[in-house]
Design a protein around this ligand. Structure first.
Ligand code: ACM
Length: 725
């Protein structure tokens, strides 16, 4: 480092020291304003002497400013980031210290952070616990906060993270803010020839939305506690703060119920969470600043409840656990007193078990068939002037709401529960669209968005990323916007298993987490993908299996043969999107194998995105030989892959269903190669007949096979178009 560099570092550290005389300056926040480049002019006018100091300080910071900005791999990207000059070097001497009230949760988070940092870098630093106070003066990382923080909607999660060459400080109003800051800190870790370091930076961060959730559906396919825990870790890493636990479905009732034990005993095939496990998950989530909101979906989606308690149904039983997917008929009878007696006792138990302020009652997709077919229910409706099944559900909801209120809970439900007359503290979760979301907000109901965040539908990350609960052109007034609490990614469970769930949630959910945390102006898709690659690897450090399980699945599919050729195909294939997997002539049920090639394939694969980009860049400059060579190499690999893969398919019958897909890849790649020849050749001309034939080949190659589809076809189509001369 040259003299100038040393000076810059010293200057930065001095500045940090001035601003960081223990906790006091943070909480008397004014002193920190000098850090912000955009020092408000009116403050300078009002206090000339201090203003001069600020000005000098600001100038010194500006002169210290980094000449070369490091690309930070932060996700969610913070609200304010100022890069500085200097690096905090990570060495074996690195320690952390905590100052704040009831520091247990923060101390544990700091200990986990040390463990992750050590695991990532291979550096042996002293670990175990990070006691309150500790050796504050010598600690490389100081954590200071004012209040422990509560797991509540609207809680302050803001933090300030300052990295200087000699010291790192994370300041939070609450312990929750510190948890969020620690994740940013871990993402800041960078490398150079000399080793690991944290770049000097000043980050001031806070969430845009207070409700940033992930729905995990354990009803359709049970997910053991360790799966839930590793996903909670992932959520914490990207600052999500609500796990919406979908615990009952037609296909399974998943919580031990002491009041009505036939619920879990007869409704779960033995796959349910005990009270102890529920408490363990809630505590684990709380440690990561995550609320756990349970969902008990009623009055529809309720077959599994009625297996043990058929007398509560709107049609006579017996009932069996449903194995198929879709909207089913079994529904609670909302006209009987016994139904509400049951729910009173049920919610008494569940309200005590789940401490969150909110209880989700589902309320979606009740087809009303059992209600319409039951003469007693029809007579009840007539007698009570209830005009139809929507109104009857509203009647039911109001009764359930009263029960929940008795236990101090606020009600949450899907769009369908939105009926006039409900109190304004309920929350409407919009799965039907922005229109429903806006309508609820306009009427003064709190609401959050899930439409556009259905990650089970295997849509690309940028589709979710650009889906904003309050887009820039939102017609809502500032007041109405306040009712939009945020959103939730929804991991519905029809087509997931313990083995595949992580690859359906991650890494795409990290992009949704950014949409819900970061300012709306942060929406550069290329940069999101760049950062997502890094974050995806860091999520593995938490035990998530979104990458590793694919290898295992491919190995099993090839029966121990070389997985290379299958990987080449899977890298450019995606599971069919939206609900198209259910439209391939096979009826999926709870028992269906989720171990096939389509299950090993992931949404939005990187290889496809890279190929698309390479085609775009080449078409911008067709004379670039390097780009052409690169494309050619890729296309040759795809064209020739089928020969190798065919041998493996022939000895592994489970792969037979993708033989067509593999052949289609080969043919499509050959089309691409021919198109390239035409594009770069001065003599060869394609002609309309050639174009027509190639388009036909590509059209056929794009057809679904083995419930998957090739995603590189449109990019090859662009090459064909460009070859049209
Ligand atoms: C839903 O997707 N039925 C909430």
């Amino acid at each position: 480092m040259n003299k100038q560099g040393v000076d810059k570092k010293a200057c930065f550290f001095n500045t940090l020291r001035v601003l960081d005389s223990q906790a006091a300056p943070f909480f008397a926040a004014k002193r920190h304003r000098g850090w912000v480049r955009r020092t408000p002019a009116k403050r300078l006018r009002g206090r000339p002497r201090r203003a001069l100091c600020f000005l000098l300080l600001s100038l010194s910071i500006l002169s210290c400013a980094a000449t070369e900005e490091l690309k930070l791999n932060l996700m969610p990207f913070p609200a304010e980031v100022e890069q500085k000059d200097g690096k905090f070097r990570l060495t074996e001497a690195f320690t952390a210290a905590v100052k704040g009230p009831l520091p247990d949760r923060v101390s544990r988070a700091a200990a986990r952070m040390l463990h992750r940092l050590s695991g990532r870098t291979g550096i042996f630093f002293s670990q175990g616990t990070v006691p309150s106070g500790g050796d504050w003066d010598s600690a490389g990382l100081g954590l200071i906060y004012e209040k422990p923080g509560r797991l509540k909607v609207g809680e302050d999660e803001s933090y300030i993270l300052k990295v200087a060459a000699n010291r790192i400080i994370i300041l939070g109003k609450t312990g929750t803010g510190i948890l969020r800051g620690l994740e940013t800190f871990l993402q800041l870790l960078s490398t150079d020839e000399a080793g690991y370091f944290f770049p000097a930076v000043l980050i001031k961060d806070r969430p845009r939305f207070t409700w940033r959730g992930l729905l995990i559906d354990a009803g359709r396919h049970f997910l053991p506690v360790e799966v839930i825990k590793r996903n909670l870790d992932g959520m914490g890493a990207v600052k999500m703060n609500v796990m919406h636990w979908h615990l009952s479905e037609d296909q399974g009732f998943r919580v031990e119920c002491k009041s009505f034990p036939k619920l879990h005993k007869l409704g779960s095939d033995g796959f349910y969470y005990t009270h102890e496990q529920v408490k363990e998950v809630i505590a684990y989530a709380a440690d990561r600043g995550i609320r756990v909101m349970p969902e008990f979906d009623i009055p529809g989606h309720s077959t599994s409840w009625l297996v043990g308690y058929p007398e509560l149904a709107a049609a006579p039983g017996p009932y069996k656990i449903e194995r198929g997917w879709g909207v089913k008929d079994p529904t609670f009878d909302p006209t009987r007193k016994a139904t509400y007696k049951f729910f009173k006792k049920f919610f008494a138990e569940m309200s005590a078990l789940f401490p969150d302020e909110y209880m989700h009652i589902g309320g979606d997709e009740n087809n009303g068939k059992q209600w319409n077919a039951n003469p007693k229910i029809q007579a009840f409706m007539k007698k009570n002037n209830i005009p139809g099944s929507h109104a009857l559900q509203a009647y039911f909801n109001k009764k359930i709401l009263k029960i929940l209120q008795k236990y101090g809970k606020k009600m949450v439900g899907w769009d369908e529960i939105f009926q006039p007359g409900l109190p304004k503290d309920i929350v409407i979760q919009s799965w039907r669209g922005q229109k429903a979301l806006r309508e609820a907000a306009r009427k003064g109901y709190f609401t959050m968005l899930s439409n556009g965040y259905y990650i089970d539908l295997c849509q690309p990350t940028d589709f979710h990323y650009l889906n904003d609960p309050i887009p820039a052109d939102s017609p809502l007034t500032a007041h109405e916007k306040k009712y939009i609490l945020g959103g939730e990614a929804t991991m519905w469970g029809e087509l997931i298993s313990v083995e595949t769930v992580d690859s359906r949630v991650w890494p795409r959910t990290a992009a949704i987490a950014e949409r819900l945390w970061s300012p709306g102006s942060i929406k550069d898709v290329d940069d999101m993908y760049r950062r997502l690659e890094k974050i995806s690897l860091q999520l593995e450090e938490l035990g998530l299996q979104h990458i590793v399980n694919r290898e295992m699945m491919l190995r099993r599919l090839t029966g121990g043969l070389d997985t290379g050729p299958l990987k080449v195909l899977v890298d450019v294939s995606e599971p069919l999107k939206i609900y198209n997997r259910h439209r391939q002539g096979v009826v999926y049920t709870q028992y269906s194998p989720l171990t096939r090639v389509v299950d090993a394939a992931v949404p939005d694969p990187k290889t496809v995105r890279e190929f698309r980009r390479r085609v775009e860049l080449f078409l911008r400059d067709k004379s670039d030989k390097k780009k052409e060579k690169c494309l050619r190499k890729q296309l040759v690999t795809w064209r020739d892959n089928h020969r190798e893969l065919k041998k493996i398919i022939d000895s592994s019958p489970v792969l037979k269903e993708i033989e067509g897909l593999s052949g289609a890849l080969s043919r499509a790649a050959a089309v691409g190669l021919e198109a390239l020849d035409f594009i770069v050749s001065a003599e060869k001309k394609s002609g309309p007949a050639w174009i027509k034939v190639q388009k036909e080949i590509l059209k056929k190659a794009a057809l679904p096979r083995g419930h998957a589809e090739l995603m590189i076809i449109p990019a090859i189509g662009k090459l064909v178009k460009a070859a049209n001369r």
